[in-house]
Design a protein around this ligand. Structure first.
Ligand code: PLP
Length: 391
């Protein structure tokens, strides 16, 4: 069989670091081991019933059996505007400041194609969500890493950045509450970001995937709540985490009208918007009762409290995370991230994500997703305790 050579674009794509981990987990499962998989970011609980019902109802509506309008239904864009006003006090023009997306991942890859030319510089958090790099590689642009360090609460320190990088950067990716570090951004930090973006003419892309997951009474800040944010950037919001809709593939971008227009333009050429029934159910999710979303955040907070308490009890001293459903754990001395994660997988059958997979500055950490029920999380800690590492 002839093997066709792939394009240079595909050759540039970064290696899927976590594919290896997934393979190792699968191999253990096939061998019959009971693996507790805390290595991924796939919400474990179902979509709230009222949203599923809305899709059931919509699937019977012949209107939705036709092609949806390019760029999505206006009822969904209006629902997004209502959601942002209600949750964040941010006014959005549904026609010009909202783009409907096939999940945030798709939009986050597309935005690099919208705004970057080959060789352009892009500021990327390290550690960070790996898919920013996929879009940057397709655009043949150049990533410049912004270290997220514990001593700076995992926020980039703009004061330490190279002036030439700032002068040349066209785009900056940020993500708070943060995957993988679980850190939260302050309003002051976003204000500072807006000022920096104005000074250096950088477009800010704030990935707000975990916007609904703040703990200890803390509601995560939207980037668009900072004055002037819309002049300099956009925010991506997914329904995957807030409403357990990861499999539905629906998200949106909001903010700067010229960036929104460019996202809509690229999507006009690549897709013809999403199934209308999903858009209908998404609008119900955004405008209906938020009780299930609040309950979900509480469930993650309770899991976090219990998990961290148990880790501290076995001698693994860690601080509680402030948001997201991840905890970012420093590995014990003498181990690399990968060595420790491999040890937990092979000896305790607990899968975690080694921090170096998110960038160089993730070395020394592992990421645990609190995406199983409390008894399984307890069991994971019990198994780790038996390794006698922390005594
Ligand atoms: C930081 C971050 N951004 C974006 C996404 C992707 O969201 P979506 O399911 O909408 O593609 C994820 C999913 O894990 C994420 O962790």
């Amino acid at each position: 069989m002839h093997k066709f050579d792939v394009s240079d674009t595909l050759k540039r794509l970064p290696e899927q670091f976590f594919a290896n981990l997934v393979k190792k987990v699968q191999a253990l499962v096939v061998e019959g081991h009971d693996v507790i998989n805390l290595g991924q970011g796939n919400p474990d609980l179902p979509t709230p019933k009222f949203i599923v019902k809305a899709l059931q109802e919509a699937s019977e509506n012949p209107k939705f059996h036709k092609y949806p309008p390019f760029q999505g239904y206006s009822f969904l864009k209006e629902a997004v505007a209502e959601f942002y006003l209600r949750e964040y006090g941010v006014n959005l023009d549904p026609n010009k400041e909202v783009a409907i997306l096939f999940g945030a991942k798709t939009g986050l890859v597309e935005i690099s194609q919208c705004l970057l030319n080959p060789g352009d510089r892009v500021l990327v958090p390290d550690p960070g969500y790996p898919d920013y790099m996929s879009g940057i590689a397709i655009a043949n642009a150049q990533a410049v890493y912004m270290p997220l360090l514990k001593e700076n609460d995992f926020l980039p320190d703009y004061g330490l950045m190279d002036k030439e990088d700032l002068d040349r950067a066209k785009l900056m990716f940020l993500n708070y509450p943060n995957n993988p570090t679980s850190a939260i951004a302050t309003k002051d930090f976003f204000d500072e970001t807006v000022a920096l973006a104005k000074k250096y003419n950088i477009c800010i892309v704030h990935d707000f995937a975990y916007g609904s997951l703040g703990f200890d009474g803390l509601k995560p800040q939207s980037f668009l709540q900072s004055e002037g944010a819309k002049d300099v950037g956009v925010e991506f919001y997914t329904l995957s985490k807030t409403y357990n809709m990861a499999g539905w593939r629906i998200a949106f971008a909001v903010g700067n009208p010229s960036v929104i227009e460019s996202l809509n333009l690229i999507q006009d050429h690549m897709h013809c918007s999403l199934f209308g029934g999903i858009q209908y159910a998404a609008a119900k999710a955004l405008t209906g009762s938020q009780e299930s979303a609040h309950k979900l955040a509480k469930i993650y907070e309770q899991r976090r409290d219990r998990f961290i308490q148990k880790l501290n009890n076995i001698g693994w001293k860690v601080k509680p995370s402030k948001g997201t459903f991840f905890v970012w754990l420093p590995v014990p001395s003498g181990y690399t991230s990968e060595a420790f994660s491999t040890l937990l997988l092979e000896k305790a059958h607990v899968a975690t994500a080694p921090g170096n997979g998110f960038g160089e500055c993730g070395e020394g950490y592992i990421r645990v997703g609190l995406l199983d029920d409390e008894s399984r999380l307890d069991e994971a800690v019990n198994r780790i305790q038996k390794l006698n590492i922390f005594t």
